[in-house]
Design a protein around this ligand. Structure first.
Ligand SMILES: [Zn+2]
Length: 205
């Protein structure tokens, strides 16, 4: 079984000068033979990321897989810390060095990293967005990137729509799919939250 820790909860807010301040969430998933980092913040967060890994007695070389939920700059900034990983999965791209493996994410196929650990295509925010699905002792955790902006967007669609969506109806569909599947969601720009039963039932009806 896997252990999931949010190394850095993302945020997004308008500052007093009218600029958007945002950074993505960064998550560590540890299992028996796999260690996965999901999303790597901005290029200015290298030291922060190294510090966070150190808290778990980890070095970047210990990471076996890197998953980036999509290619926006606050989610991919430190990918090159993890060149010892077997694979990088960045949106729908699966690669190692200059070798790219074709995987039919666009047909809805997930990509298994290990037992009970897989990358699920969840397009909408960008057309090649993915989520990592992890089975834990507490239930299913979905590291969802910007499919969900934060917990508040469950009751206020404006939040995820204003955060940017390349296909609103597709994203809505994918959100419903993930709400059915997940017990906990790690959104792209906020702390982890439990999926309220209400939404699981609504999504299932
Ligand atoms: Zn994004």
């Amino acid at each position: 079984m896997y252990k999931v820790d949010v190394l850095f909860p993302g945020y997004a807010r308008l500052n007093s000068e009218g600029f958007m301040e945002a950074n993505g969430s960064c998550t560590l998933v540890v299992g028996e033979n796999v260690k996965v980092i999901v999303d790597t913040l901005t290029p200015w967060d290298k030291d922060l990321l190294l510090e966070k890994l150190k808290e778990y007695q980890l070095k970047p070389e210990d990471i076996t897989h890197l998953v980036c939920t999509h290619g926006h700059p606050d989610h991919v900034g430190n990918n090159n810390l993890f060149t010892a990983a077997k694979q990088h999965i960045v949106g729908f791209s699966v690669h190692h060095k200059d070798q790219f493996y074709l995987h039919p994410f666009d047909c809805g196929d997930s990509y298994e990293l290990a037992e009970n650990l897989y990358v699920l295509p969840t397009p909408g925010h960008t057309m090649d967005s993915v989520s990592l699905v992890v089975k834990t002792l507490d239930g299913m955790v979905v590291v969802a990137g910007d499919l969900f902006e934060n917990e508040q967007d469950l009751t206020d669609d404006k939040i995820w729509i204003d955060a940017g969506t390349e296909n609103e109806s597709l994203q809505r569909e994918q959100r419903e799919k993930v709400l059915k599947l997940a017990d906990f969601i790690i959104p792209g720009h906020g702390p982890m939250f439990p999926v309220p039963t209400k939404f699981k039932t609504e999504a299932g009806s």
